[in-house]
Design a protein around this ligand. Structure first.
Ligand SMILES: Nc1ncnc2c1ncn2[C@@H]1O[C@H](COP(=O)(O)OP(=O)(O)OP(=O)(O)O)[C@@H](O)[C@H]1O
Length: 229
């Protein structure tokens, strides 16, 4: 479905991705692992179109899309959930969900009732300002906002950072439920290897802006190199 071919990208003169290549199958959940600063976030932002491609190609179903700006990729069904989640802290959970459905290119936004089936925990929190949510609840809201637009590709950055294990399990269950019901493809960068092992068929190891290895779930569980705690 999606290929990155010899991607070069970064921040001005700072080159981070150095001829990085990957491929993502239709409906695949792919993990991205690597120690801090190796380029995981940079890869997700480059795929989303938030950083310019300086070299190489991004190919979606045979079409080169690396020149498309982020809003065009969003219309193609790409959705990026940044580290720490996003949203408007002064607005309630319900308002944040409604707003996600009003974004340009949202197409047929899912009704809130449908979103709550995927994220039942948010039901009791609808009236709460999102700035008053816990870290885990905020991540669930960020995912829920992304799902309003029924994306075909979710790009998820460090969803579990600073989240307690029970909530991490809940996030993993939500992602599996989404995958079962909507077949959404996902690229998930995360340092929690058990979380990833419960979701992905394989994970790519990023080192100094390149893919240097691949791990299956069993290998992920045995690997301690990329754990931060
Ligand atoms: N806005 C920026 N300007 C310049 N350099 C940056 C910028 N953002 C990140 N970098 C650098 O790019 C490199 C890769 O960063 P990136 O955030 O992609 O790594 P990461 O693998 O996601 O790390 P982490 O696990 O800590 O989130 C790092 O050396 C980082 O310092």
């Amino acid at each position: 479905m999606l290929k990155g071919e010899r991607l070069i990208s970064g921040y001005g003169k700072t080159q981070v991705l150095r001829s990085l290549s990957f491929d993502l199958g239709a409906h695949e959940i792919l993990g991205i692992i690597g120690i801090n600063g190796m380029g995981k976030t940079t890869l997700l932002k480059t795929v989303m179109g938030l950083l310019p491609v300086e070299g190489g190609r991004i190919v979606l179903d045979g079409d080169a899309i690396e020149a498309l700006p982020a809003y065009r990729r969003s219309r193609l069904g790409f959705s990026y959930t940044p580290q720490g989640g996003a949203g408007f802290p002064g607005l309630t959970v319900k308002e944040n969900l409604l707003l996600a459905g009003m974004m340009p290119g949202s197409g047929n936004a899912k009704p809130i009732a449908e979103i709550l089936c995927l994220f039942p925990r948010l039901e009791k929190l609808l009236a709460r300002p999102s700035g008053a949510l816990s870290g885990g609840e905020r991540q669930l809201l960020a995912l829920a906002r992304a799902m309003v637009r029924s994306p075909r590709l979710l790009l998820l950055d460090e969803l579990t950072e600073g989240i307690q294990p029970s909530v991490t399990d809940e996030i993993a269950e939500c992602l599996l439920a989404i995958h079962r019901s909507e077949k959404t493809a996902m690229i998930i960068a995360d340092q929690d290897l058990s979380f990833l092992a419960s979701l992905v068929g394989r994970a790519l190891v990023v080192q100094k802006g390149q893919i240097v290895a691949e791990r299956n779930p069993t290998e992920l569980l045995a690997d301690s190199v990329f754990q931060t705690d």
